[in-house]
Design a protein. Structure first.
Lengths: 230, 230
DNA sequence: CTTACTATTATGTACATACATAATAGCATA
DNA sequence: TATGCTATTATGTATGTACATAATAGTAAG
């Protein structure tokens, strides 16, 4: 019976990997052969296999062929949501408060903002996002004013930098890192937790080509979990 | 000048989004028109736009059209590597040690293993992975022996469950969550850190269709960072 | 005014075909 | 033996064409 759509091909291929007809590391039949077997066009097989290679299930190489990935490089795609949206999606009321806004060439912070040099003309902002009035995450951000020039001084009193930048300053790429740290005394007060409690942090820097647009350190409330699926 | 490959189309589209020719939320010209403008086939435009929609840069809807995503849902794809590979890629020497292996219907752990019920026939394993002799991560795992039946009792003395399962038990999907926690006394000894120091944790459950194969809690050494790019 | 049908439209997919490109193997030459 | 050329091969991509499908708008029937 012919399989005449790429999702069907994908399902069949996954089935064979799963039931070990094709074992990890092994080479699978070439596109032409599979197309003949399934009774469809090679392009259809190509699309299915390409999608699986994107997911990390298969490895493909020109002239060599397609192999079942030895260690399926479990690629989890995690969506980094807007903070407001994340809170609202939980059915909670979102609120935002600006805590600090300073012009600072040499930020007197404990952390070195990644990817930024002290020579940059930086705007430092600290704000807190709350869920039903409870502290949710502290946003601690540097903005490179060499790149972001259309800034009115009072924007961030009402709008969170998180949201304003996303809507107003397009970026080309970014670097992101997740870690755990013992909460500083100052932040623990803001988050209403005990000092040195373990907190989840996201450090993200976004770029416009070579230039850094902004670096943000998000310090989440206790018990925050970042979830996704494989 | 004609753009006659899908990557070229993608680049041009990204350029226009970036220089705000097409603003967030706006609808962009239809495939047919773009194809005409670029001097290529509609299918080529389709491929480029589809790839961007996958990344979250565009939203597409049949009959309605393609819009620039209002909040580019920053999708970070993070690779969950084999622990051994992660360590070796850092140029360090990898070592593994089995700490505990018990048959336990009712695990006497502080944590409830996610997605598992106490009725399952569980094998509990605790092991440590080291980098140049220094503790790197504690693997604390439940294996569902209803599903994983081909287990020899001594496999995990030499092979880490992490690696053995990946190579021997195919899975259909998984759930994963990242969090921060204060390290338990027991684990802090193993990791050679102060008790209640903040540690990064990954909790992962993999499934074979409806059935849980395994649940693992990975507790990383101090200062561990999970990094990726956008 | 509401409901059901119908036409329209933009994206989604399938196919045959053609050519491009990377990697390999084999052969020939120095 | 080593080196470089060449043929081969599997995947990668582009195109014209055709039809599928989802969502909308418009129209007719009750």
């Amino acid at each position: 019976m012919a399989i005449n759509n790429w999702l069907g091909v994908q399902t069949e291929v996954l089935k064979r990997i799963h039931d070990r007809t094709w074992k990890p590391g092994e080479i699978i039949p070439r596109e032409t052969d599979l197309a003949y077997e399934f009774g469809c066009a090679r392009v259809t097989v190509n699309r299915a296999l390409r999608a699986l290679a994107d997911k990390g299930v298969l490895d493909r190489k020109r002239k060599v062929g397609t192999t079942v990935a030895l260690y399926p490089t479990s690629k989890a795609t995690l969506k980094i949501p807007l903070i407001r949206k994340e809170i609202e999606d939980l059915g909670k009321v979102y609120s935002y408060k600006l805590l600090k806004q300073t012009q600072s060439k040499f930020p007197k912070e404990e952390r070195l903002p990644t990817h930024l040099s002290s020579s940059d003309n930086l705007l430092y902002i600290e704000a807190i996002h709350s869920s039903d009035g409870e502290p949710f995450v502290i946003e601690s951000r540097y903005i490179n004013q060499k790149v972001v020039t259309n800034l009115e001084s009072k924007v961030f009193e009402k709008n969170s930098p998180n949201e304003w930048l996303l809507a107003n300053v397009p970026y080309t790429h970014g670097a992101i890192s997740f870690s755990a740290t013992n909460c500083s005394a100052e932040k623990s007060t803001l988050l209403k937790i005990n000092p040195s409690e373990a907190v989840f942090q996201i450090d993200r820097t976004t770029f416009d080509r070579e230039q850094v647009i902004t670096n943000v350190l998000l310090t989440y409330h206790k018990d925050y979990q970042l979830q996704t699926s494989l």
